[in-house]
Design a protein around this ligand. Structure first.
Ligand code: RAM
Length: 348
């Protein structure tokens, strides 16, 4: 929280509240003992869709930290991937005056106004997984450095295409700010001489709908008979894309981001997905919880250079994000292939 905050005052013989006009924050400290007003704290997590197991795992990580810290929390899930539902949630939570809203926006531009209204009402706001606009958050909890993602995926496409040929991207939606940043950065990375044999033919969208992803993948296979590789940087789309490639008995290779638990059957040197990447969604959820509490308690404000300890996850530093706001980065992506998928499929 930008303003330093909050106390319940226990004085000898009587309990006196110094909360004044504001019910959430007290600024005065009398002579007696001061503790956090745990009973007024409530933390909200807004997921990006009901068809997304990755988001559910993030929620589990978030919940585990909140439970351990004995904090009240609520998790909101939009039907399918309806951006409008997220707007409604933000308005409701603002009205409820929760302590902090953490959100993975489906449409960052549409969410800007309600999130700014929440911040004006004294609620802390952070984005996780996908950035909101920089003006409508205090901090972005970013899974991995954008450059690292772009280079990792471009190198995988180059490798799976045998150094040259046509390739395509199958993304979640055209308003997903994280996907768009990654794709833009991949286009930049591709200008390097190393990738000059590659031709990117199309960016298609699956909107996290199984059938739509399946159909879009089939269309790519039909429209580009020489296609070598499809990069799918979304866990919600990769399983249906793999099924479509397998059903078509296509030689096209897939890579991107996927959950080992959902992708194990498709991973292998001679399968649709020779290898793929991801970070641990549980870590992302846990760090989001630590950031939410630290913002509310005033331990951090989201300013560049701040450092803070996130429980057993260790120390993190606030850095500049791709969109000129600020971020903390969870870690690096892991690679999953036929040698390690059996182990990882039971983990997440
Ligand atoms: C999907 C979502 C999410 C993205 C992951 C990799 O689950 O679109 O935003 O970060 O994939």
């Amino acid at each position: 929280m930008k303003k330093r905050i909050l106390a319940v005052i226990l004085s000898i013989g009587m309990a006196v509240s110094f909360l004044g006009g504001c019910t959430r924050h007290a600024t005065k400290k009398p002579t007696s003992e001061v503790v956090d007003v745990a009973e007024t704290e409530k933390y909200a997590l807004i997921l990006n869709g009901s068809n997304n197991q990755y988001e559910k795992l993030i929620a589990q990580g978030f919940e585990s930290v909140m439970k351990e810290a004995n904090k009240d929390y609520v998790v909101k899930t939009p039907r399918d991937s309806r951006a409008q539902d997220q707007e409604e949630f933000v308005k409701q939570l603002t009205w409820e005056k929760v302590s902090c809203i953490a959100v993975a926006p489906l449409d960052a531009a549409a969410l800007e106004k309600p999130l700014r209204a929440a911040m004006d009402a004294g609620i802390d706001v952070c984005a996780y997984d996908t950035p909101t606009t920089p003006d409508s958050r205090e901090l972005f909890i970013n899974q991995t450095d954008t450059d690292q993602i772009a280079v990792t995926l471009m190198d995988a496409v180059l490798d799976l295409s045998g150094g040259m040929g046509q390739w395509a991207i199958l993304s979640s939606s055209s308003t997903a700010a994280n996907q768009n940043e990654w794709i833009n950065r991949m286009r930049e990375t591709m200008k390097d001489d190393k990738y000059k044999g590659l031709e990117m033919v199309e960016v298609a969208y699956g909107d996290d709908q199984y059938q739509r992803v399946y159909d879009q993948t089939k269309a790519l296979l039909q429209n580009y008979p020489d296609l070598k590789t499809i990069c799918v940087p979304s866990t919600a789309e990769l399983p249906a894309a793999a099924a479509a490639v397998e059903d078509a008995r296509s030689h096209v290779k897939l890579t991107g981001f996927g959950l080992p638990s959902e992708m194990a059957d498709h991973i292998g040197a001679n399968k649709a997905v020779p290898y793929m990447y991801l970070w641990n969604p549980d870590d992302l959820g846990r760090l989001t919880a630590y950031v939410s509490v630290a913002l509310h308690n005033g331990k951090i404000t989201g300013e560049l250079g701040e450092k803070f300890k996130a429980g057993d996850m260790g120390e993190f530093e606030v850095t500049r994000s791709e969109d000129e706001g600020t971020q903390v980065i969870v870690g690096s992506p892991y690679k999953f292939d036929q040698d390690n998928i059996e182990k990882w499929k039971d983990i997440f």
